[in-house]
Design a protein around this ligand. Sequence first.
Ligand code: HEC
Length: 151
Amino acid sequence: MRPIRLSLVALGLAATLAGAACDEKLSDVAGPTPNLVPTFSSIQQEIFNTTDSSGRLACIGCHTDNGRTPAGGLVLLDGRSYQALVGQASRFKAGAIFVVPGDPNASYLIHKLEGAADIAGSRMPRGTGPFLTSGQMQIIRRWIELGAKND
Ligand code: HEC
């Protein structure tokens, strides 16, 4: 009996997920940043540059060289963040690359934002949160999957 029940549960789940994929609007997934879509300019605008309705900090509050030393030596300002992230190595974690086009799991930026066990330093944004939601992470992961273009 057990295997049959399990497979029914699995099927039910698959149906739910398929339904969600069709019905759910991207803006619902994007949560506190309803305009977030999987392009770099959108990530710049909605995540790096600005806070959101959850109260999450804007990255450029710390990652700027405007009047200060950029946190972690990383500048995420408009026009500079792409070059600083895509294919670039972490200063603190040997061998880690921030964004590996096509491979979100290998991208250290994702590890830092999700607070993965392997990171050096703290989860980003630094502090006690709010951190990015799983929906926001899904959209950033999708941008990387699509080739991490400067779009
Ligand atoms: C309150 C200040 C602050 C905010 C806000 C902040 N950071 Fe950071 N960030 C730091 C500091 C300090 C470091 C270096 C120490 C560490 O890694 O914990 C760092 C390190 C990093 C690193 C790793 C750098 C390396 O060479 O390994 C990444 C990637 C990063 N931040 C991305 C972000 C992103 C993306 C955001 C916005 C979602 C963000 N940070 C928000 C302070 C901040």
